[in-house]
Design a protein around this ligand. Structure first.
Ligand SMILES: [Zn+2]
Length: 172
């Protein structure tokens, strides 16, 4: 035992131990219990134990992340088909759920669809284009008149006439 350990040992009445990692002499209460050890304590102090397990967790987390990414790449086609299969099997149920939700809370559905349309500008433009292509000039003019009438009122990007198409798309 070192001179310091001797001093500490006296001070703590024989209850000290030297950490195998930081080499500091610490009270025995600063070590976790370990039944397998001759003195019944872990060789490293609590502080070093915690640091070690934190480092292990970080390394393990990165490892898991890398493993998962590799799995995803290796199973890309399989996962895509699985997703497709699941979607086909659940499409009807999803659309029923959505219809029900829309029936009970049209505002919520409209907000969600609006969020979707904002997040998908290309799809949004495509829907608008399609809607304009499939409607008569007079229908488009009527919508424009209505929009002009509502001018000044903050309205969504879509007209009420266009919403069904957006909602259908959003429901995909
Ligand atoms: Zn230590």
């Amino acid at each position: 035992m070192s001179a310091l350990a001797d001093v500490m040992d006296t001070q703590y009445n024989g209850h000290v131990k030297t950490c195998s990692v930081c080499a500091l002499v610490k009270p025995r209460t600063e070590f976790y219990r370990r039944v397998a050890s001759p003195d019944g304590l872990a060789p490293l102090c609590r502080e070093c134990s915690r640091a070690k397990s934190r480092a292990y967790q970080v390394a393990h987390r990165d490892e898991a992340r890398v493993r998962h990414a590799a799995w995803r790449v290796a199973n890309e086609e399989h996962n895509r088909l699985e997703h497709q299969r699941w979607y086909k099997a659940n499409k009807y149920r999803l659309s029923e759920e959505y219809k029900q939700k829309y029936a009970t809370d049209p505002e919520y559905s409209k907000i969600k669809a609006h969020e979707w349309s904002m997040a998908n500008p290309e799809r949004r433009a495509a829907i608008r284009r399609k809607w304009r292509e499939t409607h008569s000039a007079s229908a488009i003019a009527a919508v424009r008149r209505r929009q002009e009438r509502l001018a000044g009122v903050p309205v969504a990007d879509f007209t009420d006439e266009e919403w069904p198409a957006v909602l259908r798309e959003f429901n995909h």
